[in-house]
Write a protein that binds this ligand. Structure first.
Ligand SMILES: Nc1ncnc2c1ncn2[C@@H]1O[C@H](COP(=O)(O)OP(=O)(O)OP(=O)(O)O)[C@@H](O)[C@H]1O
Length: 302
């Protein structure tokens, strides 16, 4: 058996003439957090719906936990917790009761409810009706609904979408603890790189239905164009020295903007700037658009 908990081969889905998911070969390692990135309309939700057997694929195959989704649908889905397009719940009932209904329907042990509410940090609010919850709390309830099934794999579609920075941090911490402490593999989609950059081990990037990158976050960072913004006491002279040494540098407002690459790395820039008194230096983190540009040479459709 491979070490991939999800493996697709040539997975394809068309809507009319439009190929929404175009022959993608996902490789999701077990026990990791996999970030599935793409702009709006790139094909993330369609892919996830195929992984969960909510829609059929036109071509290709899906293997999950070493089994064929086509042949062993029931067995596989029993071990997956998912949250696609927002949580569904009874707003007039408290979180505890919402989970109790799921346990009854799916014949799951009710003893797990308190544990799961504790994990998603909703225990203090378990008796309050859900309609009064914040968006982040509702999202955490959605994750609790997925966790109550004791899944080996969690598949979450844009779980961070629409949350405020505190809510984003809460969900991030939750993912990290679910993966590292409970050993659950997490596959989550997002259209914002920076939101999942700090938690994902592995990244897949989908653009116009095609998987244009799939590797570790370290490999992605190597491909991301890093930029340095620098202010010195003598900008004109620093600019002249940098550009005559082959640096890709422009004067942008009060700052010199230097694009780093294999020939001009940070150490070389520091060396060239030694004669100038550097007042300020910051490094930019690459956005999804920068990465699309670096990977494809075209602008992402964000
Ligand atoms: N049921 C459908 N009927 C027709 N076209 C569809 C359907 N579902 C998805 N599409 C099309 O497939 C493409 C991919 O959509 P999908 O929802 O998978 O993208 P996404 O990456 O999840 O984007 P978003 O973040 O906006 O949900 C889009 O062009 C969309 O219009």
């Amino acid at each position: 058996m491979s070490n991939y908990i999800i493996e697709t081969n040539g997975l394809t889905r068309r809507f009319g003439q439009h190929v929404s998911v175009d022959h993608i070969d996902l490789r999701v390692p077990e026990g990791k957090i996999y970030g599935f990135l793409g702009a709006n309309g790139a094909g993330k939700t369609t892919t996830i719906r195929m992984l969960l057997s909510l829609i059929r694929a036109d071509e290709g195959s899906v293997q999950i936990m070493g089994r064929s989704l086509e042949k062993d649908r029931e067995k596989i889905l029993r071990n997956i917790g998912s949250l696609v397009e927002g949580p569904s719940y009874y707003g007039h009932l408290p979180a505890y009761k919402n989970l109790k209904i799921i346990c009854k329907l799916m014949d799951l042990p009710e003893e797990d409810i308190d544990k799961v509410l504790d994990i998603v940090r909703l225990a203090p609010y378990k008796k309050q009706t859900v309609k009064g919850y914040s968006l982040g709390m509702k999202q955490r309830l959605g994750i609790a609904q997925a966790l109550i099934r004791r899944p080996k794999l969690l598949i979450l579609d844009e779980p961070i979408n629409g949350l405020d920075p505190a809510g984003i941090q809460e969900i991030r911490n939750l993912m990290l603890s679910l993966c590292h402490e409970q050993g659950i593999t997490i596959f989550l989609s997002s259209h914002i790189l920076s939101e999942i950059q700090s938690i994902a081990d592995e990244i897949g990037i989908i653009q116009n239905g095609k998987l244009i990158f799939q590797d570790s976050i370290q490999e992605l960072e190597k491909k991301s164009p890093t930029k340095l913004f620098v202010r010195t006491e003598n900008q004109q002279e620093a600019f002249r020295v940098l550009s005559s040494s082959g640096a890709d540098v422009v004067l942008q407002g009060e700052e010199l903007l230097i694009s780093l690459n294999g020939q001009m790395d940070q150490a070389k820039v520091f060396h060239l700037l030694q004669p100038f008194s550097v007042q300020h230096m910051r490094e930019s983190t690459a956005s999804l658009e920068d990465i699309f540009l670096a990977l494809t040479g075209t602008e992402g459709s964000l």
